[in-house]
Design a protein around this ligand. Structure first.
Ligand code: CP3
Length: 345
């Protein structure tokens, strides 16, 4: 039996059935919390906050203190990896990330992974681990190579990241070379987080949806499989949650092809269908609509009931179907936690 140290989230990931599902929320540290906005103002920019271990550990712990969630997720960003590969990365207030685009062989050739730039993130992990309340698990994370590549190619987020798809069709060997670098850097980065004390890893593939063959296989399944296989060989005890947002009926193939231990479902996924189709024993995470959390009241109650009912007898980790939105009233999050704890108790 694995040592789950009395942590409900680890117990569920190792196959236990609990009366009520453990709960954490994607983007649980963030702008909807006044205490986050205060620390963020003190830090200067968002990236300054990510690279400041004292302040990053503080904002990681804020939602745990306020809501008593079952897991802390490291405060950082998926775009720190392109920065460690040498790209200029900025976050423009109210607009989102801006990167110097990588569009040709020379651009890919210039990418050199400098792990030392991520040392402050490992220090954040160590600090959080020291201060974490008993029973609370620590989640580390990275972007999946495809999702990170879409930002490196477009230089920003767009409604569909079509530019990256087009490049993947037009110049597959260029995108192969880019993804090879991302896979290697991501393995090193996640191992660093695990060595620092991360107990679970989540791989965010926000832009996995809407891909068809052969892109799905080459850009989502294979690189994620390579990362999972590398982590399983060095750290077999660390559960890995995949979040392939929006891949719908490709979920069972994703689960089998990548070797992840659990699936994070997106808002539009049918949790009941996923419970029926995914490999036996695989835990499901999700997938309340973040807008139902903003709405609160009956919408929130019904959303929680439908989610828990849909999970049925599956091992279930309660979460949203995507990140918490800045407009979310913190009291609704407190209400959510209370209702989920009552759900099946
Ligand atoms: O979940 C957590 O609380 C941990 C920290 C975390 C952040 N980003 C902090 C953040 C995690 C796990 C991420 C992942 C991430 N970052 C993803 C994948 C998950 C998803 O949401 O789809 C992506 C695509 C990014 C890239 C990114 N970071 C974008 C596109 C933006 C701008 C959009 C926005 O919400 O402003 C960010 C900024 C960001 N990352 C913020 C936070 C708290 C807001 C920055 C601020 O404080 O101004």
């Amino acid at each position: 039996m694995e040592n789950t140290e009395g942590k409900p989230l680890l117990q569920v990931l190792h196959g236990a059935r609990l009366n009520s599902p453990p709960i954490w929320l994607m983007r649980q540290a963030g702008r909807y919390l006044p205490e986050y906005r205060e620390v963020r103002a003190k830090a200067g920019s968002f990236l300054d906050l990510c690279y400041n271990p004292t302040l990053a550990a503080e904002v990681t712990l804020q939602p745990i203190r306020r809501f008593g969630l079952d897991a802390a997720i490291l405060f950082a960003d998926i775009l720190l990896v392109p920065q460690a590969l040498g790209l200029d990365v900025r976050f423009v207030e109210g607009e989102g990330p801006r990167l110097s685009p990588v569009l040709d062989g020379a651009g890919v050739g210039r990418l050199k992974f400098d792990e030392a730039r991520l040392a402050p993130v490992y220090e954040t992990v160590r600090r959080v681990k020291r201060e974490l309340a008993p029973g609370v698990a620590l989640i580390g994370f990275a972007g999946a190579p495809w999702t990170v590549a879409t930002y490196m190619i477009a230089g920003q987020g767009t409604p569909d990241q079509a530019q990256a798809k087009l490049l993947a069709y037009r110049d597959p060997s260029l995108v192969d070379a880019l993804m090879t670098k991302l896979v290697e850097a991501t393995i090193t980065y996640l191992r660093g987080q695990i060595e620092g004390g991360a107990e679970i890893i989540q791989v965010f593939d926000t832009w996995a949806g809407g891909l068809s063959e052969p892109l799905l296989e080459a850009r989502v399944f294979r690189p994620t499989h390579d990362i999972v296989a590398a982590l399983k060989s060095s750290h077999p005890q660390i559960p890995i949650i995949g979040f392939p947002r929006g891949i719908g009926l490709h979920l069972p193939r994703y689960a089998r092809a990548t070797g992840v231990d659990a699936i994070g479902l997106a808002t539009g996924d049918d949790i009941q269908l996923a419970a029926a189709l995914l490999p036996d024993g695989m835990a499901l995470q999700g997938n309340l609509d973040p807008l139902a959390l903003i709405a609160g009241g009956e919408a929130l109650k019904h959303g929680i009931e439908a989610t828990c009912r849909g999970a049925g007898s599956r091992a279930h980790i309660f979460n949203l179907g995507h990140g918490i939105l800045p407009e979310t009233p913190p009291e609704h999050v407190a209400e959510l936690v209370r209702l989920v704890r009552e759900a099946r108790a």
